[in-house]
Design a protein around this ligand. Structure first.
Ligand code: C2O
Ligand code: CU
Length: 484
């Protein structure tokens, strides 16, 4: 029980927490203040293999007319989008121009352990490191962000994140909407100072549920608009928020096609009218504006949803599409998508079970006094850099089970070093969402749910797995695993 926790700075906070009921705890998700949707949507600069990255302080206007201080890569708050062909050797020289340690984790890219941005592999202030790897995985939209333990939440929130798109001949053969009809969108929520700068200052209840903002930021700006033609667009979305889950939908209620997920295309498109996207997850959508009236407006929004307290109680808009020109739609849904190599549960050597602990029903073990509070645990443990928690045989296939049956909070669980497939969910929702039917690296485990994934381990070395609610991660909800 909690009585055994040593009294320290964290303890009074913890006790304070325990006196709140969940309704009050979840009240810390601030109400979204919608903007005017008068800022053009920034289209992220695309760069090729070989382009360098420099982390540093930027001046960036999240709100139009209010340039303010943020972190970022190169010359903008959002880093450039890398676009790389599968199988081509990639080198990215990185310089840390921050005043503290950082590194880069290539989230969703299966790279050698020493290139993965493990929390051990830090680049000191003023130092450089060249990341290099060759990708052998399906075409997909991954992303990159810092990963220093206990600083990840702050550094990502302050602006350090970017996209990484892997292309392949198989995907090009499908002739999906491309060029101006393919829109990568990074969705985040921020709290801003009066001057318009992102402010990262989570209080204790905010460590519990994740630090959420009241201002939605898409591709680095609040409330953007984008003109579209009457045709099909490919929207490639990343939830780059620290803690907020979005229930994506179109404001006119139209359905859309889900064609891909974290790790690439689905074996077949699925038509849905809403979709939950948790921090760290990506989804690839086809949105058909061909039936929209000329000069109409269609918003991508987050619709209210249940199961996560106040953060799901509001419907709010993310980005405005203005249908401003009539165009024949040349896009035809491909007759077939590349087959998915399904990992078979029958071939598994082992099932590992991970009990997810949060403060209300923790699995125990508040051992890490260095963490903010250590209330978020996996199998009763918080992160210890010096400990290997799981040893896995190279090239083995396993079932990993994330058990949140005792939990009151949603946890998007993320593995480094591999991709996985979701095999089942029980205890809450009993089915898979459309974007869970392909390769994944992050899976949303809602309160009361147990989710099983099947994983193949093809890279040797030491990797982490963790909750991608970045406040939970920094609170210690992360373990090491070693493949050999
Ligand atoms: Cu995007 Cu270890 O995470
Ligand atoms: Cu979590």
């Amino acid at each position: 029980g909690f009585g055994a926790v040593a009294v320290g700075a964290g303890q009074s906070l913890l006790t304070g927490c325990m006196n709140h009921d969940m309704a009050e705890m979840s009240a810390v998700a601030p109400t979204i203040q919608e903007g005017a949707f008068t800022t053009p949507l920034p289209l992220m600069k695309t760069v090729a293999e070989g382009a360098s990255l420099k982390a540093g302080t930027q001046t960036h206007a999240i709100v139009p007319g209010k340039p303010a201080s943020a972190l970022g890569y190169n010359d903008s708050m959002m880093g450039p989008t890398f676009r790389v062909e599968r199988g081509v050797p990639v080198t990215i020289p990185f310089t840390n121009s921050l005043t503290e340690e950082t590194n880069i984790h290539w989230h969703g890219l299966v790279v050698p352990a020493n290139m993965d941005g493990h929390p051990d592999q830090l680049v000191k202030a003023g130092q450089s490191f060249a990341y290099s790897f060759t990708l052998d995985q399906p075409a997909a939209m991954a992303w990159y962000h810092p990963h220093p333990h206990m600083q990840t939440g702050k550094q990502v929130y302050m602006g350090l994140a970017g996209l990484f798109i892997v292309d392949s001949p198989e995907e090009r053969a499908l002739k999906l909407p491309s060029g101006e009809f393919e829109l990568p969108l990074v969705i985040q929520d921020k709290r801003l100072s009066a001057a318009g700068a992102p402010v990262y200052n989570p209080t204790m209840p905010e460590i519990m549920v994740g630090y959420m903002g009241d201002t939605i930021v898409v591709n680095g700006v609040n409330a953007p608009f984008h003109p579209v033609a009457t045709r099909t667009y490919r929207l490639r979305l990343l939830n780059g928020s620290n803690g907020r889950i979005y229930n994506l939908a179109l404001s006119n209620g139209d359905a859309f096609h889900v064609i891909g997920s974290d790790g690439g295309l689905l074996p077949a498109p699925e038509r849905v009218s809403s979709l939950l996207l948790a921090p760290g997850e990506r989804v690839d959508l086809l949105v058909d504006f061909s039936k929209a009236a000329l000069n109409s407006e269609v918003f991508l929004q987050s619709s209210a949803f249940s199961g996560v307290g106040s953060q799901g109680s509001q419907t709010f808009k993310l980005v405005k599409f203005m249908v401003n020109r009539s165009e024949a739609d040349p896009f035809k849904m491909p007759a077939s998508f590349p087959a998915l190599t399904t990992l078979s549960p029958a071939s598994t050597a082992k099932t590992r079970k991970f009990a997810i602990g949060d403060a209300m029903h923790g699995a125990g073990g508040h051992s890490n006094k260095k963490s903010m509070a250590g209330m978020h645990t996996i199998n009763g443990k918080t992160y210890d850099a010096a400990r290997i928690d799981e040893s896995v045989a190279l090239n083995s296939t396993e079932i990993w089970e994330f058990d949140n049956s005792m939990g009151d909070e949603p946890h998007p669980m993320h593995l480094h070093g591999t991709l996985f497939q979701v095999v089942g969910r029980s205890g809450g929702r009993d089915s898979l969402m459309a974007h869970e039917k392909g390769w994944k690296d992050t899976v949303l485990v809602m309160p009361k749910e147990t989710v099983r994934v099947i994983v193949r381990f093809q890279r040797s070395g030491k990797f982490v797995f963790h909750c991608h609610n970045l406040e939970h991660e920094d609170d210690g909800m992360m373990l090491n695993y070693e493949v050999k």
